[in-house]
Design a protein around this ligand. Structure first.
Ligand code: NAP
Ligand code: SF4
Length: 671
């Protein structure tokens, strides 16, 4: 049997798990929308229907000051149980099992009342924490146990005690954040006492047939964090304290090493997980950058873990586990680790959804409905918007013809996948290909259609998804042979010299700079990644860190932007810092507040603060945004033929695949 490890059942603490796939806990902020419990129930039960073996909720704090942010989730009273029963009963009906995660955010809590072992502010929080008194620590241990008991009454199958990612418990275990001199600080034994007391108190309160999972920080990635030897010893003590399963977390939110972005190779953290697994006899869950069944199967088969946790991959495809069971893995809508619609939205106080699956978190807005009348629909443009529309409309019974002017489908996605760390876009293209074929979409490549052609075929609906064209700025000399367009560079159609000026510093300007100076293998190969980011697997290295080794490049790259603000402000919150750090290491210069004067044999002429400069470079790459390709739309308007317009053709400004796929899907379910 393919995926025999992934599909094998597991009995633990009285619970029979049908497979080894776990939906990891994820903060979604769904609770901030209207009808929050109905939405949460729909969100989780959709994943249960998709046959994932176990679901972990987003974190609920045991006390109000431990919430992630204002209005965040906590569970500390019986009055809240009805809402939770709505969730657990829906999951039960869908045949799933759900565990409540207890997470006290400690000094990461974005609330003025936040608390921590010591009064040391996190660099990622504006609020300084107050140090807990010894009595408060003991009370907090009881609060964890009380929340676990409430979770049991609400019908959850267990609890997960969140001890990683730099939240409160992790702040106790690491010396850098724990400067206490009472029984909870100082020595290693004292620092790990808080979590061990919590595990023991929870176990005592819930009895033996209730799953108690402890999420350990398998590698802190913080200076002064635990060593591998200490983590292994701590894992043994967690088992002895009464945990049934150990889940693994990687790094802290304030670590300067990426942990889950696409810049991290798949399965990069297996060595840290294996260290925990070798220390204990209870099942261990692997997590972080596990997004395909093959990677998941390999991790279990290699003996590094017993189960795999996938949070974002289950946002991307709720049917992940079911598709593995059915042998339909090529139909999995793979998480591309972009973070754009999930973490970046959470970090900017919005609700999570998924770039490749806009239904995620919005299940109640997308009932699955067969179309009342099957229509003949023409879609013009085979980029992200056109393909997403074609799949969703044909799934509802419409007959769709997809026209594409180029020889291949994909549009801008074919460029996106070329940037270092964006290899995962290949999975999205594979998914689109497979689903277009599955739903019988007729594809006409190399076909540039006109309004007359569309009129002649008498379609019921026309959807224009003709995308964008790169903007050509009005700079004197812009047609000089030194000047290249970003699409020519990323596609490899044009070669690039040893010194380069990049005009425009949006997402694509950064991607092009990364493409020109950084090593692609850093996001594909764990050893290269460890070297580049200074990750150490030595037994004694504190926090799992060592000195990084920079990739050497002889190419000199200069980035320019007209706005006077710092570069990269529009990049994703969870990924922009990674790109900026990589480019800094590669000595890419960043100049803002410029006016372009012209381009000639000498190079780029520009003015800054009233002073003219000339930069001698081999090439100047235009990354100056896009404009909508509306030629066909204008023809249709002139011919008074009705049409819908989506994606970049609708608005090019800040076009991204997230908006394109969302708009396409919403149109398709309503047409
Ligand atoms: P963009 O974000 O709109 O950036 C275009 C850049 O060109 C800006 O820096 C702008 O800054 C400059 N510009 C605009 N008009 C200009 C003109 N007439 N002359 C000279 N410079 C001009 O567009 P993009 O970089 O092409 O990215 C498109 C979309 O793809 C983005 O919105 C993003 O969502 C998505 N994307 C995101 C990422 C990521 O987050 N990592 C990566 C790739 C793509 P100044 O006017 O200040 O010079
Ligand atoms: Fe994965 Fe991107 Fe979807 Fe987040 S938005 S779940 S990272 S594909």
């Amino acid at each position: 049997m393919a995926y025999k490890n992934l599909l094998s059942p597991l009995r633990v603490a009285g619970a029979e798990l049908p497979n080894r796939m776990v939906m990891g806990a994820m903060h979604t902020r769904i609770e901030t929308l209207d009808r929050p419990h109905e939405r949460l129930a729909a969100f989780y039960s959709r994943r249960a229907e998709g046959e994932v073996g176990l679901i972990l909720t987003g974190g609920y704090s045991p006390t109000p000051e431990g919430v992630m942010d204002e209005g965040g989730l906590f569970l500390n009273s019986k009055q809240q149980l009805e809402d939770h029963r709505q969730i657990t009963s829906e999951i039960g009906k869908a045949g799933g099992k759900i565990v409540l995660q207890i997470l006290h955010a400690g000094r990461y809590a974005k609330v003025a009342e936040c608390v921590a072992p010591s009064a040391k502010k996190a660099r990622i929080n504006v609020f300084p924490p107050r140090a807990l008194s010894t009595l408060e620590v003991w009370r907090l241990i009881e609060s964890f146990a009380h929340t676990a008991e409430l979770a049991q009454s609400a019908g959850y199958a267990g609890v997960e005690i969140m001890g990683s990612e730099g939240y409160l418990i992790n702040e106790f275990t690491a010396a850098i954040t724990n400067e206490r001199d009472d029984e909870f600080g100082g020595s290693f034994d004292a620092r790990i006492r808080f979590p061990l007391e919590i595990v023991a108190a929870v176990r005592k309160r819930v009895g033996k047939d209730f799953l108690v999972i402890y999420r350990i920080s398998a590698i802190d990635l913080m200076e002064g964090g635990m060593t591998r030897a200490e983590i292994a010893e701590f894992a043994r003590r967690v088992e002895a304290a009464g945990a049934d399963v150990i889940n693994t977390g990687i790094g802290w939110h304030e670590s300067s090493v990426p942990t889950i972005a696409a810049a991290v190779p798949r399965g990069a953290w297996v060595a840290a997980v294996r260290n925990v697994k070798q220390a204990v006899s209870i099942p261990v869950i692997a997590s972080n950058r596990i997004n395909t069944p093959d990677v998941a199967e390999e991790i279990i088969a290699s003996g590094a873990a017993d189960l795999v946790s996938m949070a974002r991959p289950l946002l991307a495809d709720p049917d992940f586990a079911k598709k593995v069971r059915l042998g339909a893995t090529d139909e999995i809508n793979t998480c591309i680790a972009c973070n754009q619609a999930c973490l970046d939205r959470i970090f900017t106080d919005r609700t999570a959804t998924c770039l490749v699956n806009p239904r995620a978190g919005h299940e109640i807005e997308f009932p699955s409905r067969t179309a009342e009348k099957a229509k003949n629909i023409a879609v013009i443009g085979g980029g992200a918007a056109g393909m997403a529309f074609a799949i969703n409309a044909s799934e509802r019974g419409h007959k769709v013809v997809l026209f594409e002017a180029e020889a291949v489908l994909g549009g801008q996605l074919n460029l996106a996948k070329q940037a270092p760390g964006k290899n995962e876009f290949n999975e999205l293209l594979r998914y689109f290909d497979v689903m277009l074929a599955k739903h019988g979409v007729e594809i006409r490549l190399n076909t540039r259609v006109t309004a007359d052609v569309l009129k002649a075929e008498n379609f019921d609906e026309i959807v224009v998804a003709t995308g964008i064209v790169p903007r050509k700025p009005q700079i004197p000399g812009v047609d000089h042979p030194k000047v290249l367009r970003y699409d020519d560079v990323l596609s490899g159609r044009q070669s690039v010299g040893g010194s380069v000026a990049i005009l425009g510093a949006g997402g694509i300007g950064f991607d092009v700079a990364d493409f020109l100076v950084c090593a692609h293998e850093e996001s594909l190969n764990s050893e290269s990644f460890y070297r580049a980011w200074g990750v150490s697997l030595d037994e004694a290295s504190a926090g799992g860190l060592k000195q990084p080794i920079n990739h050497s490049t002889s190419r000199v790259v200069h980035m320019f932007q007209r706005k006077a603000e710092s570069m990269g402000r529009g990049l994703g919150k969870s990924t922009g810092w990674i790109l900026k750090a990589k480019l800094k290491k590669a000595n890419v210069s960043m100049t803002v507040g410029v006016t372009y004067e012209g381009i000639d044999d000498e190079g780029l002429h520009y003015v800054i603060d009233g002073t003219s400069h000339v930069l001698a470079v081999d090439n100047i790459v235009l990354c100056t945004g896009q404009v909508s390709e509306r030629g066909l739309a204008e023809q249709l308007q002139d011919a008074e033929i009705k049409f819908h317009i989506i994606g970049g053709a609708y608005v090019a400004e800040e076009l991204d695949a997230l908006r394109a796929i969302d708009q396409a899907t919403r149109l398709a379910v309503n047409i």
